[in-house]
Design a binder for this molecule. Structure first.
Ligand code: FA5
Length: 350
């Protein structure tokens, strides 16, 4: 075998043995097998040889070239495996089979009151429904008797997506879907619609001690024959006495919402100041907690239900404000603040 090939083989093996990482190996590949690499140069030098010499030399160089390519590929595999092993070794040890340390986590106060309300309403025969946070204009407004340009929309500015959808301002946005989902059972089998649907709501408005731009509500509806305001008041009273486990001063006053008639504002006496007046209740001594009313005939119609035959009530409980009152959180913004120190002090006291 030609001496130049023998020498280059030795040099190649040395270089390969001394390579410890993938990028150096890539450099070796280029320096031997690249367009201007040493093995390629050997082939180029063949033009000065006689025809017989050319044949033997060419064969030897090609064998060397293939061997070199195989050796580089094998080394590349070996180095990559070593790199992965090193990375795995450098990772912190984590055993997913070890049981979680339950003392570390706690439910958010809003989750606690939401679950409590769900339990109360479930016990009274209501189903708990889930609904999306991104809804259409029809769901959030038009199906609720709030046509485009209706002044009631001014109270609920929100965040709009480029496709015209929006982040829901109120859990009432799910009402239409709930009526459509259950109307056949109501009409054909006489099963009343009794549903609650908690959810996150968004409003583009200034924040203060009792207003957030992101907060939770829990909507409730009941539709059947002969449902009246008495039914509404019964369910509201039961819910509040169960949540607070004590008598709470409540007042019901007229309130306007295009999707109920008549409509009411249900306020509770502020539990932070005992009704004296403080920033949490805007110094009024009362906190707007759960507007409600008898479902407007147009809203029932949009849900495929005949308002001549059926009536119903709806309410929109401010879950975040309920959590504030239940856990004496003076500023609603603390609930979204993410401070584990303050949030972890609340526990499920059921
Ligand atoms: C509504 O959102 C109506 N959809 C409620 C309703 C449902 C009325 C069914 C009639 C029938 P309102 O905008 O008042 O109404 O909000 C309802 C409750 O959500 C308020 O009483 C309050 O407790 C809570 N809420 C409203 N805006 C905020 C806010 N920015 N931050 C925190 N809580 C809020």
């Amino acid at each position: 075998m030609d001496e130049r090939i023998v020498n280059l083989k030795v040099q190649f093996d040395n270089d390969l043995n001394n390579t410890e990482n993938v990028s150096d190996l890539e450099g070796i590949r280029v320096s031997y097998l690249g367009k201007k690499g040493s093995i390629t140069e050997l082939l180029k030098g063949m033009k000065d040889l006689s025809n017989d010499e050319k044949k033997a030399f060419g064969q030897d160089v090609n064998i060397f070239k293939n061997e070199a390519a195989d050796k580089i590929a094998a080394k590349m595999q070996e180095l990559k495996e070593k790199e992965i092993e090193a990375e795995i070794k450098s990772m912190p040890y984590f055993d997913i089979s070890i049981p979680a340390d339950l003392s570390r986590g706690s439910y958010h106060p809003i989750t606690l009151v939401q679950r409590q309300c769900e339990k109360i309403f479930r016990s009274m025969g209501f189903t708990v429904e889930d609904y999306s946070e991104i809804v259409t204009d029809y769901e959030c407004f038009e199906s609720l008797n709030i046509p485009k340009h209706h002044p009631a929309r001014d109270m609920q500015d929100t965040y709009y997506l480029e496709n015209g959808q929006l982040l829901k301002t109120q859990t009432s946005a799910a009402q239409n879907a709930i009526y459509l989902k259950y109307k056949d059972r109501l009409i054909n089998e006489g099963v009343p619609i009794k549903a609650i649907f908690p959810g996150r709501c968004f409003r583009n408005e200034a924040t203060d001690a009792c207003h957030e731009n992101t907060f939770f509500q829990m909507e409730g509806v009941m539709v059947d024959k002969n449902i009246s305001i008495s039914n509404l008041i019964f369910f509201m009273k039961t819910m509040l006495s169960e949540v607070f486990q004590k008598d709470i001063n409540v007042r019901l006053r007229p309130g306007f919402f295009p999707f109920v008639e008549p409509g009411f504002e249900l306020d509770i006496s502020c539990l932070i100041c005992g009704g004296e007046g403080c920033p949490s209740c805007k110094h009024s001594g009362w906190l707007e907690l759960c507007p409600c009313g008898m479902i407007h005939p147009e809203v029932l119609k949009a849900g495929g239900i005949d308002p001549e035959e059926y009536t119903g009530f709806a309410f929109g409980l401010g879950l975040t404000r309920l959590a504030m009152m239940k856990y004496s959180v003076k500023d609603i913004r603390d609930l979204n603040g993410g401070s584990l120190k303050s949030l972890s002090q609340f526990t499920d006291d059921e």
